[in-house]
Design a binder for this molecule. Structure first.
Ligand code: RFL
Ligand code: PHB
Length: 393
């Protein structure tokens, strides 16, 4: 078996892996992306919708920003519904003009694949049984099977961008890796529907029956979520039951204006906070969901993946252009400092807005006080806005 030769092997053809390979290619650094699934499977996933300005800039830097800038929606604020009232958090005025972009992860991934194809980037789909080898050697290698045939690629560095269930993190010895985890006793049931969004801006709703979120993808495509027990299954929720429950959790005027329709996608996402440290082992670097998971409440998962890629991209550039290892040596510490702040924000926002099945009356009063404080304090709103638009890289 002859081995493919490249500078960087990237495991995972999700947004993290594709973005890195695209950025590197534009600087003349070669990579191979290995993806376990078919392209249509990767494209079919409905996930994130809110992009921080740092992510938006990185997409532009990768030469992938044109459609996003044309079709994405700039949002300068969002609302929190509580006790029948809408309270607006003005992102732009609280942060000196920062905003977020509403543009679906599906579209981000489509743009990245298109850019990879246009440059002749190598993305190998349906790569099975991917294994990482010689991580502490100068020339590590990766093996996999394609249509039953054994394959091998040798490289300088391996990037594990293969999500939470990938093989890369598991390739780090257990006595090196420390994992921190918190699992929440509820999930999000999400529905995508071809209906006009109920609001131009996102509405996060806190209600005693549970959290709800009104989000969107375009003027004709809405994305809604409700908090459900983690034991629920999507198939047990009819569209009708979903809409009835969503409306019960929204202020009356919002519920009255809500357009319902058949769901074109319906799924349940578990809620989890997770961090693996360190994010480097020898010549393997972890990035994105492979290293950390946040509950989706703060819209931080994909955005954290992007900041990892930013640090890693600059570390690799420094190595290949200047011959310096400084950026790569600092990668894990730098990335983790930002990861933990986003973990904190996502955990805080989750606690602020969800009802806990085992919460006491005291917990409820504390949560109410936290919301009262937020709605009445400029400083609290500034802090929320600063985190929501994204902390600096
Ligand atoms: P991904 O997207 O999971 O991609 C990893 C890829 O690796 C492949 N893979 C393998 N390939 C080869 N060999 C193996 N052994 C492999 N194992 C796995 C997988 O098939 C996959 O294609 O990770 P990546 O690239 O790090 O991207 C992370 C984001 O997808 C994730 O953080 C976000 O979707 C999280 N998220 C949100 N993030 C935001 O920033 N803003 C949001 O508004 C937001 N909303 C959300 C979300 C995630 C959600 N769910 C479903 C978990 C809303 C939801 C409901
Ligand atoms: C989404 O549109 O999917 C979305 C938006 C905001 C979040 C999470 C998910 O906090």
């Amino acid at each position: 078996m002859s081995a493919l030769q490249t500078q960087v092997v990237i495991i995972g053809g999700g947004p993290s892996g594709l973005l890195l390979s695209q950025l590197l290619h534009r600087k003349g650094i070669s990579s191979i992306v290995l993806e376990r699934q078919t392209r249509s499977h990767v494209m079919g996933r409905i996930r994130a919708g809110v992009l921080e300005h740092g992510f938006v800039n990185l997409m532009r830097e990768a030469g992938c920003g044109r459609r996003m800038d044309r079709e994405g929606e700039v949002h300068a604020g969002f609302c929190i519904a509580h006790q029948g009232q809408l309270n607006r958090i003005d992102l732009a005025s609280r942060t000196g003009g920062e905003t977020v972009m509403v543009y679906g992860q599906t579209e981000v991934t489509r743009d990245l694949y298109q850019a990879r194809d246009a440059m002749g980037g190598v993305v190998i789909h349906t790569a099975q049984n991917v294994q990482l080898h010689a991580l502490n050697d100068a020339r590590p290698f990766v093996t996999w099977e394609l249509d039953g045939n054994a394959q091998r690629a040798e490289c300088d560095f391996i990037v594990g961008a293969d999500g939470f269930h990938g093989v890369s993190r598991k390739s780090i010895p257990a006595d090196v890796l420390k994992e921190y985890e918190k699992i929440y006793p509820f999930g999000w049931l999400g529905v995508l529907s071809e209906t006009a969004p109920v609001s131009d801006e996102l509405i996060y709703a806190r209600h005693e029956r549970g959290f709800a979120l009104c989000s969107l993808r375009s003027p004709v495509l809405s994305r809604y979520y409700i908090q459900v027990p983690s034991t629920d299954q999507a198939k047990d929720w009819s569209d009708k039951a979903f809409w009835v429950e969503l409306k019960r959790r929204l202020p009356a005027d919002v519920a009255a204006a809500l357009q319902t329709g058949p769901s074109i996608e319906k799924s349940i996402a578990p809620l989890r906070s997770f961090v693996a440290e360190p994010m480097r082992y020898g010549n393997l670097f972890l990035a994105g969901d492979a290293a950390h998971i946040v509950p989706p409440t703060g819209a931080k998962g994909l955005n954290l993946a992007a900041s990892d890629i930013h640090y890693l991209y600059h570390g690799l550039l420094e190595y290949y252009v200047k011959g310096s290892c400084a950026g790569l040596d600092a990668y894990s510490e730098k990335a983790l400092a930002r990861v933990w702040k986003a973990e904190r924000f996502s955990w805080w926002m989750t606690n602020l807005l969800h009802s806990s099945p085992d919460g006491s009356e005291t917990d409820l009063r504390l949560q109410s006080a936290e919301l009262d404080y937020l709605f009445s304090s400029d400083a609290a709103q500034a802090s929320m806005a600063e985190n929501y638009v994204g902390l600096p890289y």
